[in-house]
Design a protein around this ligand. Structure first.
Ligand code: CAA
Length: 263
């Protein structure tokens, strides 16, 4: 792979978009490689992912403007689908994905972070959907996910004005969960990922699915989705060991990481 690196540290996988000369902008090759990387992740040995960008300036500065500049209507639509398909794969990926936003998250960069379950960022992060200034709409999910995350009013303001916002404003409007000094960002992302990975993997996956699927339907259907995924956890090793530890009232044991299994 030329533009994506993948490293596995224990149960945590770190995906780095590595095209720093173009501030990690997303061209077709980056999107293809990201797709391949997601397909190759071993879900038996990986419990959480971190997505970040190479270098200390940019997470992802958007879709590649050079590549988009000559597209026809049909090619533009196909490019949108290519990005949307990969971002959707990330969004519904069975395990949680944390975006460690280490600088510019513009256009497709903001959009890919919004496809992740959780966003944390460095103090120098800048978010925005500058597309209307380029004569296009956000095309990798921005018109849909931003409104769902920060509300339609704020999303419309950001998208119509194409105004970038700094990390503290992104935090204030709920676009990111936390802001850290740049040098602490990866450490904090890894700490959070390790915390997730220490919990029962079937339960964590089912929580992700319940939240994602439940948000697409009304509450009556949503609670049925929850019931099925709740029920699905029973009789698993995770559930037996997790509850057994509690019931044994053994403080030492309760604190220990249960040897959770995937099946
Ligand atoms: N596409 C292609 N190349 C990009 C890029 C992008 N989105 N963003 C940055 N680059 C390239 C620059 O062309 C430049 O390359 P060269 O050195 O070969 O000239 C290199 O990265 C460094 O960029 P700058 O010199 O511009 O760096 P800067 O520090 O002066 O500015 C910046 C940084 C403010 C992020 C600026 O690069 C910028 O505004 N980039 C574009 C951001 C943008 O508009 N993103 C949205 C794209 S549209 C989109 O994403 C559509 C969608 O929804 C699918």
């Amino acid at each position: 792979m030329e533009f994506i690196t993948y490293e596995q540290e224990g149960f945590v996988g770190v995906i780095t978009i590595n095209r720093p000369k173009a501030l990690n902008a997303l061209n077709s090759q980056v999107l293809d490689e990201l797709n391949e990387t997601l397909d190759s992740i071993d879900l038996d040995t990986t419990r959480a992912l971190i997505l970040t960008g190479a270098g200390d300036k940019s997470f992802v500065a958007g879709a590649d403007i050079g590549e988009m500049s000559t597209l026809t209507k049909a090619e533009g639509e196909a490019f949108g689908k290519k990005g949307n398909d990969v971002f959707r794969k990330l969004e519904v990926f069975p395990i949680p994905v944390i975006a460690a936003v280490n600088g510019f998250a513009l256009g497709g960069g903001c959009e890919i972070s919004m496809s992740c379950d959780i966003r944390i960022c460095s103090e120098n992060a800048i978010f925005g959907q500058p597309e209307v200034g380029l004569g296009i709409t956000p095309g990798f999910g921005g018109t849909q996910r931003l409104a769902r995350l920060v509300g339609a009013g704020m999303a419309k303001q950001m998208i119509y004005t194409a105004r970038n916002i700094k990390a503290d404003e992104a935090y204030r409007i709920g676009l990111v969960n936390a802001v850290y000094p740049a040098e602490e960002l990866m450490e904090q992302a890894k700490k959070m990922a390790a915390g997730i990975a220490a919990n029962a993997p079937i339960a964590v996956r089912n929580c992700k699915k319940a939240i994602n699927d439940g948000l697409q339907v009304d509450m009556d259907e949503a609670i049925v989705i929850e019931e099925k995924l709740f029920g699905d956890c029973f009789e698993t090793e995770d559930q037996k060991a997790g509850m057994g530890n509690f019931l044994e009232k053994d403080k030492e044991k309760k604190l220990k990481v249960v040897p959770f299994q995937n099946k």
